[in-house]
Design a protein around this ligand. Structure first.
Ligand code: ZN
Ligand code: ZN
Length: 212
């Protein structure tokens, strides 16, 4: 598996370029900003980008989607429940003193448990709301990685004070869907360094102390 992480934009969001070496097919997970820098990094991998996959519709995760759709003419995948928030992005940006350009069109809705293929790689969607509506994580059993979006971080969990957020729902998502994965699973999250399920199970202060 080809895996490149780019930290982009003012929110230091993690965009992942993931590709299948055998077929040369790739996908972009959460291209949040700096479209040209992402496109340059893609060029260096020689991957053909076939999909843009969104974990959730927060501005820092989708800011470069429209520009990269122009570049690759590829479909955009997301959970249906994230769509209302996506439509609100220009307003949300305005409130933050930012400008959001074109709202990208979503070509296919991904449901819980659905398997998304990137070449010969398979990622299973894990419905993990609580941080944002329609939040999805993407798990590859074969590669032993989960793209956790903003549900779970190294030593942290997603904030729940934004619209549609709920600590109770988030904790249930983490407990039932993410902590159900094997300890050695690499966690590629939406912000900050890589971790593993095992490290978070034992060392994450939000998951300790009987909260779960
Ligand atoms: Zn978020
Ligand atoms: Zn984020």
């Amino acid at each position: 598996m080809i895996l490149e992480k780019l930290t982009v934009g003012p929110f230091q969001e993690s965009c992942y370029i993931i590709g299948d070496e055998a077929t040369g097919t790739g996908a972009l997970f959460d291209p949040g900003d700096e479209a040209m820098r992402i496109a340059l990094a893609v060029e260096q991998t020689n991957l053909e980008i076939a999909q843009i996959i969104i974990t959730h519709a927060h501005i820092d995760h989708v800011g470069a989607v429209a520009a990269l759709v122009d570049e690759y003419a590829c479909p955009v995948l997301m959970h249906a429940e994230a769509e209302p928030m996506l439509k609100q992005l220009p307003n949300q940006a305005l409130m933050m003193g930012l400008r959001f350009g074109k709202v990208p069109a979503v070509d296919a809705y991904v449901e819980d448990e659905e398997v998304v293929h990137v070449g010969d790689l398979a990622f299973q969607a894990l419905y993990t709301p609580g941080h944002a509506p329609g939040h999805l994580a993407f798990y590859s059993r074969e590669e032993g990685v989960v793209i956790s979006g903003d549900a779970l971080f190294a030593g942290g969990v997603g904030r729940v004070d934004l619209p549609g957020g709920s600590m109770e729902v988030l904790m249930r998502s983490i407990r039932e869907r993410l902590l159900a994965l094997p300890d050695e699973t690499r966690v590629l999250s939406g912000h900050g360094p890589e971790t593993t399920i095992g490290e978070e199970r034992t060392g994450n202060p939000f998951l300790a102390g009987g909260l779960l």
